[in-house]
Design a protein around this ligand. Sequence first.
Ligand code: SF4
Length: 685
Amino acid sequence: MDIKYVSTTCPYCGTGCGFNLVVRNGRVVDTAHWQRAPVNGGKLCPKGRYAHEFINSPDRLTRPLIKKDGQFVEATWDEAYDLIAQKFKSYKPEEMACLSSARVSNEENYLMQKFARSVLKTPHIDHCARLCHASTVAGLAIVFGSGAMTNSIGDIAESKCLFIIGSNTFEQHPLIGRSIIRAKENGGKVIYADPRDTATAKQADLYMPFTSGTDVAVLNGLMQEIIRNGWEDKEFIEKRTKDFDKMKEVVMKEDYSLENVSKISGIPVESLKTAAEWIAKAEVASLIYSMGITQHTVGVDNVKSTANLMMLTGNMGKAGGGVNPLRGQNNVQGACDMGCLPNVYTGYQKVTEEAAQKKFASAWCCGIAEGKVGYTVTEMINVLADEPGKLKAMYIMGENPMLSDPDLHHVEEAFGNLEFLVVQDIFMSETAELADVVLPASCYAEKDGTQTNTERRVQRLRKAQEPPGEAKEDWKIICELAGRMGMGDQFAFADPEEVFNEIAAVTPSYHGMNYARLDPDGLHWPCPSIDHPGTPILHTEKFATPDGLGIFSPIEWKPPAEVPDAEYPFVLTTGRIIWQWHTGTMTRRSWSLEKEAPTGWIEINPEDAEQLGIKDGELVTASTRRGSVDVPAKVTGEIKKGVMFMPFHYKECAANVLTNNALDPIAKIPEFKACAVKVEKITEA
Ligand code: SF4
């Protein structure tokens, strides 16, 4: 029997844990601990432990499919490529849009944006970072000049105070939770603010349940308390920042007195006082956040407020400190780094800058899309629905907007207005079902490449088995399609390593990287030269802004776009659970995970349930202005009174039928975390 172990990186969350895939006779059969894996030291959460189970699912797509008379018919690759090339050539560039993917490698993301900009010549390229951390990329770039986690996962353990807001770290990034435990063992305190009494709340020294959508008020209140007591870091503010007085003028308003903030958020005054003192007086404090901060119509404001607090207390540029957004998907950081955003090329080089346009046209030896900002994912959906005929064709790689995007009835209407849709994926997703052509792709275990985790560490993915049937690696599909469109010379890559070398050549923050240097521990960007060791901690001497100073922002609290009223009296918030992953295409085909949480639910506080006459486990109808779903009730004291929670993984009770597609005006991220909902008992007819 032929058995081998192939070390690779986890395909789920942005922590970037490493493990071994166990390959027997050419087929992946298990995962095994990789003891010297750089991020996790051999430990895994349940998703990582069972990350092999979906790989050889009988549901895998194995042949190209073309829809004829409403039915999918198997086709050859030549037939599929010919049809796609003929269709894409028939549209004007601006009538086409591409969605890349946080699920695939850096190399594949790089090729997808190159394909959009140089083959289709469209500016419309985006991916699901729009739905999770677009506010981080925009907000932190404004404040610090760089839109990424400022510190490393390892140095969280050195923090003496961790302020976690809007992140259920112990369920969503469990192996980052280990660093938090280490910080506690080293005497660090943990403050946790979230509407749900989660697994993370159980680890907190101070838990502050609060109403979804009141983050800015809470952060301003904490800053007012710190300034009132003279606890701010005056030397840091003086030497490293600007616009402090503008920010101070806002946070010192009566609106943000602890009494008022307590009324807005529901957090007791004493808790706010304690939190302010712990953060300000800690030798070093770190702020950790995730989508509780970003997925709001004020997502960018929320992000900038977190940065205000950490600059105010001088906690930037040192181990154990920083502003640490935990990126959701395995390669969402990489997909952003690779320029799969409508406003930037790789390494955040702006499409509107002439020098960057010339650089990429020259590097790619061809004309490229006009240097203007294209549509975001959310704008694509709105344009499709509201301005039929403006966008006509889409090429989607490894994304499933028919379950992941807000207001699903609206999304379905939008896709109904497309003339031609190509979906490249490993399973027949809800979005693939709407496609004209489906291309069978490879999963993480069937390709070489790299991905970039939440702490900006670029790591290797390694191929462990061949793709099933006629499925191909995504990078190969894009290159072959480009060839069919007459651009083969620009996509003549023999393997992913050659693609990576092109990425390093055109991306300053990746200049010093190559596959040999990434072995075995990876490198944190920026890594500007071949002898550079990488940068685990950003902004140690100066920020990445033009004058090197961090910029304070005066931010006023604004309520969510939709707040409870007489008709819809509760706040609905959504999120993930430890057993499932996003739209469930992989985890719901993993028996060890699916059996733990086989269907969705809505969490209701016992007092609210009693008032509504609802019992635990009963089927109820949850409704918002956008639609209704029938879903089992979970009556639990772990949710704040007046707030309800639904996981968004389940198509049979899809939370995103209910969510609001109101957008942050800068980041264009939807407000998944707060909308108005009503819940009714289902009575027998
Ligand atoms: Fe995978 Fe994240 Fe779990 Fe690590 S913490 S094993 S990266 S899902």
